[in-house]
Design a protein around this ligand. Structure first.
Ligand code: CMC
Length: 431
């Protein structure tokens, strides 16, 4: 492989060498950092379709082959054999833990599950029908006002405490947002429970009666969380990195990631899928709906289909599809009409030239919503579930960025200006 590319100005013959930044897997990146200095030229790539914003050792995706690796381990192996907490350790630390390390990590996460009582009272300020993602963004941002002891990003121990706090507290905050919506009392975490059982407990238990966590539901959630834990430089992670690159409070950087995740093109897609299924209604309406999707003027997209990086299949969708059937069978909901509708939509779309030509396949969010619904989780809580899992990726990427040798470099894209050329101010009477 060549060690550099050159950029040629066809008019002047002027050339700039672009040194290659090589990784362990996947294409190298041509370093365009000096192009402006040497050529008075910007590079232009809205949507970052060919642009690497950083080097990272956390997650690898090969979108053509449908490969997803966390720290080198294939997602299929992790989903089959590991647990969310073990995967969180792996993503944060780079290696799978031994028994002692895992116990210590689990104990630390359990120790941090409670939130400050004053922070809990913040929920009283929201309207009863506030979207849980709005509450999550606000409350996580507010963590920055409570934990002043973990804001020195140069201190490895402070970074570790921040990471553990975020991973431990995000389910408690999400469950409190759920309880707010239903007007039920907030349930304190039960630290003898595992991570996902504790989340189910905090969401569905009430103080008036005993609550039994369904281990199959907890396991299904655990697998879903493994699949969602990280996805390299996706929109929300890039947002956390960009905010964090200014040296801002790390909890505030995570809050910005939650806001970015909310959009329907990203984590909000799982909620949008269920809304779409509701709008389609029945299997007989599928062809008419797909005609609308294919009409560019309709502005309608098949939610849960397509991905910026995966152009063959989404390996997470393959795993989750299988889980989806298992969970619905266990819960006696295999004949769920919405599942039937989703499968028919999937069947037709996969054989339709519009979707085949554009390499549009079901993504992770196409199925996750169906599982969440079967578990009794309301639609507006789907994206918070994604946020809980992705918190691991956000804190790992933030930590990787701030501990890079050479210090922080602020993220600051340039633009091609298309506004008015320079002009003189006119006073009010002459406009
Ligand atoms: N339904 C119909 N047409 C689509 C869809 C879709 N879901 N996705 C892409 N297309 C078409 C698009 O109209 C365009 O067609 P043409 O070439 O004729 O103009 C072509 O496919 C390429 O689309 P694009 O918008 O340039 O692709 P992108 O890489 O910028 O967008 C995406 C990726 C995920 C935003 C998009 O596929 C989409 O909006 N999907 C639905 C939302 C969704 O499910 N998002 C969850 C992503 S997975 C979870 C996560 O990582 O957050």
């Amino acid at each position: 492989m060549t060690n550099s590319y050159s950029l040629l100005n066809n008019e002047t013959g002027e050339k700039v060498e672009l040194p290659l930044v090589k990784g362990t897997l996947g294409p190298a990146g041509a370093d365009v950092g000096k192009v402006y200095d040497k050529m008075d030229l910007f590079t232009y790539d809205p949507g970052f379709t060919s642009t690497c914003s950083t080097k990272s050792a956390i997650t690898y995706i090969d979108g053509d082959k449908g490969v997803l690796l966390y720290r080198g381990y294939p997602i299929e192996q992790l989903a089959a054999h590991s647990s969310f907490i073990e995967v969180a350790y792996l993503i944060l630390n780079g290696e799978l833990p031994n028994k002692g390390q895992l116990e210590e990590f689990e104990a630390s996460i359990r120790r941090h599950t409670m939130i400050n009582e004053s922070l809990r009272r913040f929920f009283d300020g929201f309207r009863y029908d506030a979207h849980p993602m709005a509450m999550l963004t606000g409350i996580v941002g507010s963590l920055s006002a409570f934990y002043h002891d973990t804001t020195n990003n140069k201190d490895e121990r402070q970074r570790e405490i921040f990471a553990h706090r975020m991973i431990a507290k995000i389910p408690t905050i999400a469950a409190a947002a759920y309880k707010k919506y239903f007007g039920q009392p907030f349930m304190y975490p039960q630290n003898h429970l595992d991570y996902c059982s504790n989340l189910l407990y905090m969401m569905f238990a009430v103080p008036a009666e005993p609550y039994h966590v369904d281990p199959i539901a907890a396991k299904a959630l655990d697998i879903l969380f493994i699949l969602h834990a990280d996805h390299e430089q996706n929109a929300s992670t890039s947002t956390v990195r960009l905010a964090g690159s200014t040296g801002c409070n790390p909890y505030a950087a995570v809050a910005s990631g939650i806001a970015a995740l909310w959009g329907p093109a990203h984590g909000g897609a799982n909620e949008a899928v269920l809304k779409m299924l509701g709008e389609i209604g029945t299997v007989k309406n599928v062809p008419a709906f797909l005609t609308k999707v294919k009409d560019k003027n309709s502005g309608v997209r098949l939610m849960g289909f397509g991905h910026r990086v995966y152009k063959n299949f989404d390996p997470r969708a393959t795993i989750i599809r299988e889980q989806c059937h298992k969970v619905l069978k266990h819960l006696g909901k295999e004949n769920d009409p919405q599942l039937e509708l989703a499968l028919e939509l999937e069947r037709i779309a996969l054989t339709d030239d519009y979707f085949k030509d554009r390499k549009l396949y079901p993504n992770v969010d196409f199925y996750s919503g169906i599982i969440y619904k079967a578990l009794g989780i309301p639609v507006n809580m789907f994206t918070p579930m994604f946020a809980i899992a992705r918190t691991v990726g956000w804190v790992a990427h933030w930590s990787e960025m701030v501990s890079e040798p050479g210090g922080l470099k602020i993220g600051r894209p340039r633009q091609v200006y298309v506004g008015s050329p320079v002009r003189d101010y006119k006073d009010l009477t002459s406009r």
